[in-house]
Design a protein around this ligand. Structure first.
Ligand code: HEM
Length: 342
């Protein structure tokens, strides 16, 4: 993807779709060993690719449709917004797609490929009653949904913050120049040396947690929290967004100040972007690496500017996840002394 834009001079890039396609490719490479966006698509896969694009568009669209029945259960009787009908139609298509993926990996996969579906199929040989096709399909779908959206939305928020704060962008660029140089791309092993980049990522995750209310819970028994009785069966939501902007916990909570994270470890207890506990995000470490490598690479290779004089609009659209209302488009120019390494 970087190679594609490195051939052009200064031009506009829709970073929202760029980040979404990147995260889709990373995730599907890990799960099924193939990409569904960009140049490296086999002609034989074109039909499957178009099904995948259409299916994922629908999955994310329906995920964000308000589910009023969750708050007022009586509405479920009327299938308000025909959500149930749409979801069951979509799930039939998703199921068919995932069955084809599993069959394909059964034909061509191998257990030492490092591909997730191959690993699961190998486990199925040993414990068929545990690793049924149904379980494997559920597993793939969970990773597809969780592994794509939250990181790509975070990348979009981070780049928007950096475009509005060019000094921070410059600091990252200098940090990469000094620690990585001009002869290789940022590698996973470089990330520990790029502390300012990590601070920017943390500050973006604090200001714009992509699941602002995490995933809702239900009290499994009567419990008292902070002096309030929460009866069994109550739906509970944690407002991570409000905790991240609480002036008791953070100085100038609404300001973008990446330096606040220098030498601090206590923020780990105040930030809930990945949630905590048994149902906390299992992709936490991978997420940090993806964010570091993606941001580091595009800042290393290109000069980025916002379009026009106005600040990038940071208005959010609140669904289950928090996306930017207006997709981020920015001006991109390849850096002359570096694109030779692509
Ligand atoms: C910026 C990146 C990411 C953010 C901000 C993020 C955030 C979250 C949050 C808030 C939850 C809900 C946890 C809860 O309510 O307790 C979650 C769940 C989950 N995430 Fe992530 N995530 C990210 C990246 C990833 C990646 C890269 C993967 C895997 C490839 C992943 C896989 C999952 C899975 C499987 C769950 C469901 C866990 C469960 O229900 O037990 N996430 N994530």
């Amino acid at each position: 993807m970087c190679r594609q834009i490195s051939y052009q001079s200064s031009h506009e890039v829709n970073l929202k779709s760029w980040f979404r396609n990147l995260l889709s490719n990373i995730t599907t490479m890990a799960i099924m060993g193939k990409r569904y966006y960009g140049d490296h698509i086999n002609v034989g896969d074109l039909k499957q690719v178009s099904v995948f694009h259409d299916m994922m568009d629908q999955v994310f669209k329906l995920m964000h449709q308000p589910k009023f029945g969750d708050f007022l259960p009586v509405l479920r009787w009327f299938d308000y917004g025909s959500l149930h009908k749409k979801l069951s139609g979509l799930m039939k298509r998703v199921d068919k797609f995932l069955e084809e993926v599993i069959e394909e990996r059964r034909r061509i996969g191998s257990c030492d490929s490092g591909i997730l579906v191959d690993k699961l199929l190998a486990l199925q040989q040993d414990e068929p009653e545990v690793y049924t096709d149904q379980i494997i399909k559920g597993f793939i779908l969970t990773i597809l949904i969780s592994g794509i959206e939250t990181p790509y939305l975070t990348l979009e928020w981070s780049m928007s913050l950096l475009l509005n704060n060019p000094k921070a962008m410059e600091t990252i660029k200098n940090e990469i120049n000094n620690n990585v140089g001009f002869n290789s791309l940022v590698q996973e092993s470089d990330l520990d040396k790029l502390s300012y980049l990590q601070n920017v990522i943390n500050e973006s995750l604090r200001l714009y947690p992509t699941l602002p209310l995490l995933l809702s819970r239900e009290a499994s028994e009567d419990i008292t929290i902070g002096g309030y009785l929460v009866p069994r069966g109550t739906m509970l939501m944690v407002n991570a967004w409000a905790i991240h902007r609480d002036p008791v916990l953070w100085d100038q909570p609404d300001m973008f100040i990446p330096e606040r994270f220098y030498g601090r470890v206590d923020y780990k207890y105040k930030m809930l972007t990945f949630s905590v506990g048994r149902r906390g995000c299992p992709g936490n470490n991978l997420g940090y690496r993806i964010l570091g490598l993606a941001l580091g690479t595009i800042i290393q290779l290109f000069e980025w500017k916002k379009i026009g004089m106005e600040e990038v609009d940071m208005t959010a659209f609140y669904g289950l996840s928090m996306a930017k209302l207006k997709p981020l488009v920015a001006l991109c120019k390849p850096r002359a002394n570096i694109t030779h390494i692509l």
